[in-house]
Design a protein around this ligand. Structure first.
Ligand SMILES: [Zn+2]
Ligand SMILES: [Zn+2]
Length: 320
């Protein structure tokens, strides 16, 4: 099973502005010469030694995650990362051959639906897009994304077929060969995380989530989302110090993610839904803070050689 992160930003598509990118490249060039490199023949090895997001940033697109296994796939949420997924389907030729597309919807905040009208299969005869959600509003929401004057093509005129399916929380559903279970997250409007299982591997998707409930007792049935997950994708839009200003906004922190990982035997955690206002320095700062917190408060996790964590970046692929 492979997990493809096509969009990892939170709330609004956002990237560094032109000036900030220029400053970032200036800083990288200083590092290049400071490290003793002198010519273009060293550029490739200099870049390879850095982590990919250190050089290229964390991306600008909002939530869109794809789970694949051989020729089967599931899409989770339709943020602006759909564009990256669409491009990949096009370039690989898969857009021509694949006829059924399966989309899980966590909730309907703008950052999770804004890619819907840009998903090509809607416009292709012979294709079917299946939408799955716990909330019954999905059909109304998808219809509303294809209407004038906010979009030039109306829902009724779409050549592709669209079907809607309702999920029951805490109940396992088989979708395109994957076992999928929905669990409620801590968010201002009803929002669900998904546990996706295949070949004894577990991917747990938990954005948008404030993680007010973190212990088995507090979570009750929703604890099933996290138990022994091989990979947990967790909302860390804020740091704990930012939280005073953002309490009740429905987004979490690394500290909370580590606590959940510790309580439920999670093997790997990727933090996501990055704050649209966070520049590279802010994300690096949060990452350093998280490293200290892990060592001080969750040293059992820090000492576990099996446990891995990082901040997710756009285009990242994790094999489970
Ligand atoms: Zn969101
Ligand atoms: Zn939300």
């Amino acid at each position: 099973m492979y997990i493809h992160f096509w969009g990892v930003r939170g709330s609004l598509p956002s990237s560094l502005n032109t000036n900030d990118w220029a400053k970032h490249f200036e800083r990288l060039m200083h590092e290049f010469f400071k490290d003793g490199h002198r010519g273009p023949e060293h550029i490739e090895s200099f870049i390879r030694k850095k982590s990919l997001p250190y050089v290229g940033g964390y991306g600008s697109a909002t939530t869109c995650v794809e789970v694949t296994d051989h020729n089967q796939s599931l899409i989770i949420d339709m943020g602006s990362g759909v564009k990256n997924l669409n491009d990949q389907l096009q370039q690989s030729g898969q857009l021509k051959t694949q006829t059924e597309f399966h989309v899980l919807m966590s909730h309907f905040h703008f950052d999770h639906i804004l890619g819907i009208p840009f998903f090509s299969p809607h416009f292709m005869k012979g294709k079917t897009v299946h939408y799955y959600s716990v909330q019954p509003e999905t059909e109304n929401i998808v219809r509303s994304m294809f209407q004038k004057p906010t979009f030039p093509v109306t829902y009724e005129s779409l050549p592709g077929q669209i079907q809607f399916h309702t999920l029951v929380p805490h109940e396992k559903h088989v979708i395109n060969g994957f076992d999928v279970t929905a669990f409620q997250l801590d968010h201002p409007d009803l929002c669900y995380g998904f546990r996706v299982e295949k070949n004894n591997m577990v991917y747990a998707h938990a954005v948008d989530h404030e993680a007010i409930r973190r212990t088995p007792d507090q979570l009750g049935l929703d604890a099933g989302l996290f138990k022994n997950a091989n990979l947990l994708y967790f909302d860390a839009q804020y740091s704990e110090s930012d939280m005073e200003k953002h309490k009740g906004w429905g987004h979490g922190t690394c500290d909370r993610g580590f606590e959940v990982a510790y309580n439920f035997g999670v093997q790997q955690i990727l933090f996501a839904h990055h704050d649209p206002s966070a520049d590279l320095q802010k994300i690096w700062h949060n990452k350093e803070e998280a490293e200290q917190i892990l060592k001080k408060q969750f040293f059992m996790l820090a000492k576990n050689p099996e446990f891995k964590w990082d901040y997710a970046f756009e285009g990242q692929i994790v094999k489970l």
